[in-house]
Design a protein around this ligand. Sequence first.
Ligand code: ADP
Ligand code: ADP
Ligand code: MG
Length: 653
Amino acid sequence: MFGKILIANRGEIACRVIRTARRLGVRTVAVYSDADARAWHVEMADEAVHIGPSPVGESYLRGDRIVAAALATGAEAIHPGYGFLSENPDFVDQVTAAGLVFIGPSAASIRAMGLKDAAKRLMETAGVPVVPGYHGEAQEIVLLASKAREIGYPVLIKARAGGGGKGMRRVDHPDDFSEALSGARREAKAAFGDDRVLVEKYVDKPRHIEVQVFGDNFGNAVHLFERDCSAQRRHQKVIEEAPAPGMTPALRKAMTEAAVKAAKAISYSGAGTIEFIVDASQGLKADRFWFMEMNTRLQVEHPVTEMVTGIDLVEWQLRVASGEKLPSAQAEIQLAGHAFEARIYAEDATRGFLPATGTLHHLKFPDAAPAHAAMRIETGVRAGDAISPFYDPMIAKLVVHGKDRAAALAALRKALAETEVAGSTVNTAFLAALAADADFAAGDVDTGLIGRHQDELVAIAPPNGEIIAAAALAASGAGAQEPTSDPWSALAGYAHFHTVERRTRLRYGEEAILARISMRPDGRFQVALEAPYEEVNSHDLRTTPRLARWPGHVTVFEGAAGYNFAVPDPLAKADEAAAASGSLRAPMPGLVKLVRAGSGDAVVKGQPLLILEAMKMEHTIAAPHDGVVAEIVAEGAQVSDGTVLVRFEEPQT
Ligand code: ADP
Ligand code: ADP
Ligand code: MG
């Protein structure tokens, strides 16, 4: 085993690797950018090396600096985590040339699987079923369009260098092909610096089922069963589980055999995942699955496999990379129970899952696993840490295990309802709605489920009077000196409430709320709200509200939802909001990629006005209402959160 390793990553995966290394007595070196100087992974590691400014291109993607850091600290091996340099064969070459060990497959294995088109050609030769499509070199639009017609619509255009669901477009009709192709190419170019694509059949009622494989340097390869990652939005995984619901022995046998065959075809060493797309339109059939791609690294959702097999995959990675044989033979690897992983992201589900940023002023996970279940919280942030625009906005992975799917799902729901995040917009309510969805509960999940149920899944019931009253009490300032977060008791010491009625202004989204708070001689509080809300009396409340106060805000938690109330500074000029009307602001920091309207243009509600690229994804900004554009940002402009993108002319009435 190694004496010391360097982890070339950040966030939850860096923390995850450090924990296992520590358990095995391996010393750890973290690397960090400017933005991460005080990050948890830096604190957790035995040593840490600064590798550059915050943008990934100047830090976490700087292979040269990472190798230099490993040499300087005497680390013998580098664990790449996932993302960043984990699937970059040139980096592997750099690492080995420096006399260090790369904890992962060989550069040759990564090259064989690195580009989706070449990988598919290779798998075809190895006898692994592959989605019908065009995987060739030629990229002329006329040729691609004619291939699409041959394959038969709907088709999927995919960046051959793609990952994380980026650079992918489903096309249902030939008329839309060329526009979709440009979009996929633009996104692929921005994310991967390679705009070449492949075109394949869009599989009917698709389920994403992948097989975890593991190989060593002695020619052994095993599988650790499957994971189902069909709960997706924009081709990105949302909740993953193991085993796959409804899996049949015949399909499992066929898929796991194909996966091991794929791994052996490239002499694979280390942890890898073979992703398959399954046509579930007639149930799960052993001849209805096809190879999509191989991820030659540890996968984000590896914990569900660990939960059902009891195997620590990072431990296996370290053992195999240090020259040991696979710790278990195939027959010794057993499946027990059921596990789910929910990815908690800083993002706004109600606005097309726009990534969000912010400081996590309040962060609370369930204290203990729900009864009869096991739980793991995989995170790289603590309360007070920031979600910056530089990196992936994942906050945590909530992983649960139960004796069967129903027990695990119940545990997932409970854990989500006990999770509290304030300071950034998060997707916990969306995850909870998905976990409560009837089709999801029945295990009837295909990759289109979230899209079909999107409206219900992202809808958040407006706050009721009790929630608003709790926020108003907390915002009134009366409790500010009190450490307790319970506003109902926090007010108790304030005798002057007997006589004074306190007025508190709040904002919930666009809605301004005025609350009048008074304390009655019997010690009860009354919060009078304007219509349509009723007066709320503290003694009538069912439970103590869960809430968090943070600068300028109060968040009240109800189930997995967090209701954010802005508490305007009474001294600040109140006409900011007025100035903002009649304009469209950037929902997040980003780059204006494409502008499709000019000043003087009459536009209609919903018309795309520009494309904002942020977090390597393209977001279409559409007109919020009919109007005439007075001013619009320039293409290529770098904008920050809240920058005015479009100003509309005053309506003439
Ligand atoms: P997987 O297939 O492993 O579940 P996805 O395809 O959903 O993963 O997305 C994983 C990708 O997202 C990574 O390859 C990486 O580009 C990015 N990513 C997500 N979270 C992180 C993180 N904490 N650090 C670095 N990259 C991340
Ligand atoms: P990435 O590298 O971005 O993860 P994948 O090729 O793994 O790209 O595809 C991502 C997701 O897109 C899959 O999980 C699946 O939901 C969907 N998908 C991919 N190929 C197809 C297909 N041929 N038919 C239907 N859905 C597909
Ligand atoms: Mg994939």
